[in-house]
Write a protein that binds this ligand. Structure first.
Ligand SMILES: [Zn+2]
Length: 541
């Protein structure tokens, strides 16, 4: 992956194409609006034959070339694609396929606002990105597994989340196989030679990493609808009963998030047992789960909640630069906790948050310079870090505490409504939350999102003469002094729930006094799990 990054950086310099913080060379002169992929799959070969229509709109005048990402076949390489022709509006045009980029010379330059269709014909073996092989039952299956930048292994695309597009796939495969893909099923035709043509159309723009297919023997069950979108379970037929039972859980997170955030963004949701390399992969409207997801005991509810939350955050509202991956993973992590909160209660949520907090602290100990957003060090190797997931989730939790439930949920809904089917960056989210809460949040975002670390709190408490005095010290290494709310929990008697006094920390050492008639049995910091803090020594003096 680092070698690829180097190649892209060099290309970026050579072509003077502006790049984002993640160094992907942007093409501001074009926007892909829709892809149509026609693919032929067969038994007994790993070769695929493909034709891709790329419908684009020009965003500038005089655009004479277009670059697409597509891994090229090379001597000694395990796979790669060979392009046989490229057409511009039906007429053959020149192209160069080098460095895993397909440089297309347009027949005539494109001007702002005009549209064009390019057609790329190609064939080859995908070394990655399209997994072809036996599943756990020995049946041949084909699964796209594109995240983060592996669509280019088998599809000619502008392979970056900032360019989302509608997509249609037309798969010709052996007749015995079913096909699942993003969007609605629009054709299912038996062809001569025991083959079958299946077409799906996704009319909502999605990222290329979500443009996948699943082809094989499946058992499919329609389990209901949420907001008019059919919800389906696709499992291996050998695991039909257990799989159908497990996958019915999908309706609950869909209903919760539709209510909390806004309408489900796609025309359907298929939950699919698959060979994805991830635990689950949130492909828009067609989530792929790992093969072992079926247990028959409903043990993967959190995984379903996580991937389903991604349909809103990551899939529908997508980070436009990879270093803002927390806008996808942090949200999915937090919404899994929210799902717990609603279905199992606040204590269950707090258990998950405590576990995440331990992970964040441990990760920070090993990566003391790494923040949730660290543009200088972004690479595709480290976007899926504890910072993107657990610290991103914790940030949302603390933001909710800061602005209050009502403003938080109003802001999250507005953020979704405003950036639905599009892209956003952290500042876009901040601005929406500032509007919703009517308070400036720049310092809060700077402290938690753009700076590494968290406070370590130590201190003492005393009770004398009807007054409880709590002394708190911020003892974390470095110069940072945190400005944050802290709950002090006062336990009247052993076993009782603490009563809470909220204070504001903004200095290295502070004392707080509370009138208290009776001597408390204990004092605890952050009893309700609202602060990302490392616990130092806190004792009675
Ligand atoms: Zn995720």
């Amino acid at each position: 992956m680092s070698r690829l990054c180097l190649a892209l950086c060099l290309l970026h310099v050579a072509l003077c194409i502006p790049a984002g913080a993640d160094q992907y060379p942007r093409q501001p002169g074009i926007d892909v609006e829709r892809y149509v992929f026609r693919l032929e799959l067969a038994e007994g070969t790993r070769e695929i034959r493909g034709e891709a229509d790329i419908y684009l709109v020009f965003k500038a005048d005089g655009v004479s070339e277009v670059f697409l990402d597509l891994i090229a076949a090379k001597a000694g390489a395990a796979g790669g694609m060979v392009v046989s022709s490229v057409a511009d509006a039906g007429g053959s045009v020149g192209y160069v396929h080098e460095g895993d980029r397909l440089r297309v010379k347009l027949g005539t330059p494109g001007n702002r606002g005009s549209r064009r269709r390019l057609t790329v014909s190609y064939a080859g073996v995908a070394a990655d990105g399209l997994l072809i092989g036996p599943n756990k039952h020995g049946d041949l299956v084909f699964f796209g597994d594109n995240f983060p930048n592996r669509a280019r292994q088998w599809l000619p695309v502008l392979d970056h989340p900032s360019d989302k597009a509608a997509v249609e796939v037309a798969i010709t495969a052996p007749e015995a196989y079913q096909v699942v893909a993003p969007g609605l099923l629009v054709e299912n035709t038996n062809l001569p030679g025991n083959r079958r043509l299946t077409r799906y159309r996704e009319s909502v723009p999605i990222t290329t990493y979500c443009m996948v297919i699943g082809v094989g023997r499946f058992a499919m069950e329609a389990i209901g609808q949420v907001g008019g979108a059919p919800v389906q379970s696709w499992v291996y037929p050998q695991e039909r009963d257990a799989g159908f039972r497990d996958f019915r859980i999908a309706l609950r997170p869909m209903e919760l998030f539709s209510w909390r955030v806004g309408p489900y963004p796609y025309e359907k949701l298929a939950n699919v047992q698959s060979k994805t390399r991830w635990g689950g992969m949130e492909n828009a409207s067609v989530i792929f789960y790992r093969e072992g997801v079926v247990t028959g005991k409903g043990t993967n509810e959190g995984l379903f909640a996580h991937e389903i939350a991604h349909q809103w955050f990551g899939d529908s509202v997508t980070e436009s630069d990879w270093d803002h991956t927390w806008l996808s993973e942090g949200f999915a992590t937090y919404f899994t906790h929210v799902y717990q909160e609603y279905t199992a209660g606040r204590d269950a949520m707090a258990r998950g948050l405590r576990r995440d907090r331990e992970n964040v602290i441990a990760y920070f100990a090993k990566n003391p310079a790494s923040a949730i957003v660290t543009p200088a060090t972004v690479s595709l190797d480290n976007i899926l870090s504890t910072n993107s997931y657990q610290k991103g989730g914790w940030f949302l939790h603390m933001l909710r505490r800061l602005v209050g439930d009502e403003a938080f949920w109003r802001g999250v809904s507005t953020y979704y409504a405003r950036y639905r089917d599009g892209n956003a960056l952290t500042d876009d989210f901040r601005r929406v939350m500032e509007e919703a809460s009517n308070q400036p949040l720049e310092a809060f975002f700077r402290q938690w999102v753009y700076a590494p670390g968290q406070p370590t709190l130590s201190g003492t408490w005393t009770w004398a003469g009807g007054v409880l005095t709590v002394n708190i010290r911020q003892v974390q290494a470095g110069d940072t002094t945190y400005d944050t709310a802290l709950d002090i929990g006062i336990v009247a008697a052993p076993g009782q729930a603490p009563s809470v006094q909220a204070v504001r920390l903004d200095r290295r050492e502070q004392s707080f006094s509370f009138p208290l008639d009776k001597e408390p049995s204990g004092v605890v910091l952050d009893p309700n799990v609202w602060l990302l803090m490392q616990a130092g020594e806190f004792t009675r003096k």
